[in-house]
Every structure is written in C-alpha cells, then in structure tokens.
Design a protein around this ligand. Structure first.
Ligand code: ADP
Ligand code: MG
Length: 277
C-alpha cells in the first residue's frame, strides 16, 4: 500500500467567533471534519467559494497551523510540534505558494539571494550555478540580479515557485497562487507548475476559488463548502457527473466568463492535461 504524501483524518479547525452585546459568540467552524489524502506526485484541487475554509485547510495540511481536532500526517508520520527541530525538517518538504508574491519576497534582496536564502538555512549547497539553474527552470534566466520591484507579477510568482522548489519539496501547497494574475499569465504559471510536476514529481494541494483554474491542473478535485468536503473525485468525473448540487452550481456559474475566453481556457486545458498524463 502506498503512503499518502499528506493525509488529513477527521480534521476540524474552529475559531472563536465574534459575538455582540446581545449575542453569544458562536465558534466559526472553518474546517469541519475533513478527510483527504494527497498522493505522491498528484495534484489535488480544492475548490469552493470565499470563506469555505480552503486556506485554513491548506495551512493545516502544510503544518503551519494545528487543527482543533483530528489527525494530520506527512508521509505516514504526524507533524511534530510546530517550531520543533523535526517540524522544521518536515516543513522543508512541504512548501507553500500564496496569492501575493510581492508579500512573499523581501523587497531588499535580489531574486537570486531570495532563492539562496532558504537553501542556505537548510544546509543545502547553493552555488551560483545551482541558483542560475533554478531561475532558468522557471523561465527567469538572467534575472537573478533583479530586485522584486523590477519584475512583473507573473515573474515574481515564478521566483516564489523557484524558491519553493529549491528545497526539493515533496509537496507544494498553492493557495490562490494565480488568482492575482492576468488570465494569460495564469495559464503560463499553471503550465509551468505542470511541467515542474512532470520533471520533479512534486505533489500539489492546489487551492482556488476559481473552478476553471482548478480544472486546468487537477487530477482530482475536492469541493469544499462551509468547512466540509461535499464532493471529491477524479477531475473529469466531477465535471462530467457532479453529484452534489453545490458542485453543479459552481459548474453552471463557469460560463460567466466570455464564450471566447472559455473556449480558449478549455482548449488550453485539454492540451496541457494530455501533456502531463
Ligand atoms: P477561504 O480560504 O475558503 O476563503 P478561510 O479558510 O480563509 O476560507 O476562512 C474560513 C472561515 O474561517 C471564514 O469564516 C474566516 O473568517 C474564518 N477564519 C479564518 N482564519 C481565521 C482566524 N485566524 N481567526 C478567526 N477566524 C478565521
Ligand atoms: Mg483563502
């Protein structure tokens, strides 16, 4: 039996809610009894509307935040207590890429220095050649001496991806990683992620509110609503035969984009999926 890269069993995360002078604060059930497994080398898409608990789930899966209850394991072993030496070693293998790359990067450091920094911190040899190779791999060849304000949003996100990948992680949690980018740049970054997966075997927990984007990259999809997974299955099956009414409403909402944009997106999707498989 294969061991999942990351497994969540009956995981919940409750936050203290905001009360008012006449109302007792009800806890917010951000994540409520979730079971999911991310297999080695696969992309599991997590989709749902804003506030459905996706980011909280992502932080728990990445080991950055502890659940209120339930079990989280990384390659079959529970995460060590947050901040411990073992936890730091585990965390090296689970990187995160968030929505806003300029917040993730240090404005005072060159792009090359930002990629070198976590490698050095983890005792990995980070010579100029290695860093140049990482930059080339994400399409930033020759831009290592630039500073963040000298790059576009798409280039910045490439730098963040290179920095994550430099630690040779087993998993990258992508939380709305392309949501701030223009549609054409989104497609480039999604294709880059797929290429890197084919090359390095990294698994993605790919979180987005945008079902079109999730569909583009995911092998399997889990649909989240009010902290729960309401439907999960192979991406093609979820799309062809959605079982849950909420999934159906998400799919029905997709043509909101212009017909031309949709055709372009669906065309790219089938091309890139066939490339990966
Ligand atoms: P999503 O990423 O799907 O938009 P989140 O995981 O960010 O959802 O949030 C899920 C719910 O949990 C929301 O109601 C949000 O307000 C609440 N929440 C998230 N983080 C916190 C926190 N640190 N403290 C209190 N409530 C939180
Ligand atoms: Mg979120």
């Amino acid at each position: 039996m294969t061991v999942a890269a990351i497994e969540l069993r009956d995981v919940s995360r409750h936050y203290r809610g905001k009360g008012s002078w006449f109302l007792k604060a009800e806890p917010v059930r951000a994540v409520d009894g979730v079971d999911i497994a991310l297999n080695e080398g696969e992309t599991l898409g997590i989709v749902g509307e804003s506030g459905s608990g996706k980011s909280t789930l992502g932080r728990i899966a990445a080991g950055i935040e502890a659940p209120s209850s339930g079990h989280v394991s990384f390659r079959g072993a529970p995460y060590a207590p947050i901040g411990s030496a073992l936890w730091r070693r585990q965390r090296r293998n689970v990187q995160v890429v968030f929505q806003n790359p300029s917040q993730a990067l240090d404005p005072r450091l060159s792009i090359a220095a930002q990629i070198r920094q976590p490698m050095t911190a983890h005792g990995i040899e980070a010579g100029d050649d290695t860093v140049a190779e990482m930059l080339a791999r994400v399409g930033l060849a020759g831009l290592g001496n630039r500073f963040p304000h000298q790059l576009s949003g798409g280039q910045l996100q490439r730098a963040v991806i290179a920095r994550a990948l430099a630690l040779s992680p087993d998993v990258i949690v992508c939380d709305e990683a392309v949501s701030a980018l223009d549609v054409s740049v989104q497609a480039q970054i999604l294709n880059l992620l797929q290429d890197l997966q084919a090359e390095f075997g990294v698994a993605y927990l790919f979180i987005s509110h945008d079902l079109g984007v999730v569909r583009h990259v995911s092998h399997r999809i889990a649909v989240m609503r009010h902290g729960r997974i309401v439907e999960t299955g192979p991406a093609a099956v979820v799309f062809a035969q959605p079982q849950d009414h909420y999934t159906r409403s998400l799919i029905a909402a997709l043509p909101a984009a212009s017909p031309a944009a949709r055709r372009a997106r669906d065309g790219r999707q089938s091309a890139s999926l066939s490339k990966v498989r």
